[in-house]
Design a protein around this ligand. Structure first.
Ligand code: HEM
Length: 149
């Protein structure tokens, strides 16, 4: 039961990571080696002090690590999965301190919501002719920003 709800959560965090870019600064002169789809390697020189951003959706949608990356498939988190290709909470010494707290609280909240409420998409006349794919694109579209009142 627990493993199943956490798979749904992980798959949601893979497809819709709330933190899309994680800023870092190189602590020393180093290099990063990248590999393209054909297997060609490129060495990128990274001097000390350079700003680097970890592109979280870029990693989470990379077909090298995730089969059929655009599909919502919680079952990919049931067996072995590529841990280094899943960074919603970042990784390493400065990874999210609230991860365990969130993983417990988030599942508790989601479980209460879906057990007490019926959740559906509001029917609105201006969207009446929409296909399922169009509705999905509209509902799931996101733009950065925080609304404050
Ligand atoms: C879905 C929920 C959350 C996501 C996706 C998330 C994601 C992240 C990410 C990406 C970082 C940056 C790590 C880095 O710089 O490498 C971070 C840092 C941090 N998060 Fe979260 N977080 C979440 C919830 C929480 C909660 C609930 C708390 C506290 C109760 C929390 C506390 C922190 C703290 C204190 C840091 C800074 C850690 C440090 O710099 O050493 N986070 N989080």
């Amino acid at each position: 039961m627990h493993s199943h709800s956490s798979s749904v959560f992980n798959e949601t965090l893979r497809l819709f990571p709330p933190v899309t870019g994680i800023p870092k600064e190189s602590a020393e002169d180093t290099t990063l080696t990248t590999t393209d789809a054909q297997g060609n390697k490129t060495v990128v020189v990274v001097p000390k002090g350079v700003d680097i951003t970890i592109d979280v959706p870029g990693l989470h949608y990379n077909p090298r690590y995730w089969e059929d990356p655009h599909s919502f498939k919680p079952s990919r988190f049931l067996g072995e999965w590529p841990r280094d290709a899943f960074l919603p909470f970042s990784a390493g010494a400065r990874a999210c301190l609230g991860r365990k707290f969130f993983e417990t609280e988030g599942i508790a909240i989601l479980t209460l919501l879906v057990s007490r409420y019926k959740i559906e998409i509001k029917e609105e006349p201006q969207f009446a002719g929409e296909t399922f794919e169009e509705k999905k694109a509209r509902i799931l579209s996101a733009k950065p920003g925080i609304t404050l009142t």
